[in-house]
Design a protein around this ligand. Sequence first.
Ligand code: MF3
Ligand code: CO
Ligand code: CO
Length: 305
Amino acid sequence: MMELSREAFRSVGRFWRANIRRFGIYDKVHPAETTPSRLVPEHIEKPDYILGKLLNTSKKPEIKNEEQIKGMRNSCNVAANILKIVQPFVQPGVTTDDIDELVHTLSLEAGAYPSPLHYKGFPKSVCTSVNNVAVHGIPDLRPLQNGDIVNVDITVFFKGYHGDCSKTFLVGDVDDHGLHLVHATEDCLNQAIKICGPDVPFCDIGFRIHRIAKRHKLTVLPAFVGHGIGKYFHGPPEIYHTQNRYPGLMKPGMTFTIEPVLSHGNENTILLEDGWTVTTEDGARAAQAEHTILITEDGAEILTK
Ligand code: MF3
Ligand code: CO
Ligand code: CO
């Protein structure tokens, strides 16, 4: 084993103290071993990408009619209800694979397909992103530790429509930096939803979130965008969470997600070798919050409340 010189030892110590001051105290996680993909019975209706006949989605954001909106309300209710049941289950000692099993079972019980499962090869029924994992964490056998933060991102396909929402949960006692990050991220999502309504530019969402994140002295990770949703999991429009020039205006009947990811550190992220897990480059924690919303005649309605 290499021995550190006294000076090197001091400088490592300075580095850690500086990092703790900026990023707080937490366990930096690495993907762990996991269990096989879970099975879905025959009678559960499958989305297009499972049946191998991909929907061709239009280039323009879809304006949904009453029947389609009804479909969105139902699928979003199922997703939101599962997220509420999962919340108290997230405790120290529980693995993210246990969360996957719960989400999988609750989806099937509701008569829904867990949308992430085999979507473009994703192996699990939910995304669970712990601490320095920004998005698309694959549920695994690492027990959650006191002080972790974990985003649980639930999407279900129910009676022909997807509903998508996520929340970052606190595991036991989380340090002040972590609490601030999680609360600020929720603040960004909520403030962004408030400005949505007919004829508001999509790009206003990013400007709003950027401003609020800055006020909280946090960074928005620009790599991740919200999306139109319906019979398709991801479609137009793209919703940027930072300053942007994306064209177009919101119209009544549109449904899309807003899902900002914030961090204490820099903007950069790394895609790991599993092809899914995205971590922050500097190891800082990231938090995310997501709702599916509907543009109405006089504002926006949260469908995944
Ligand atoms: N639910 C994620 C989103 O908000 C997408 C997950 S794709 C998966 O858009 F394949 F990782 F599940
Ligand atoms: Co999601
Ligand atoms: Co989404």
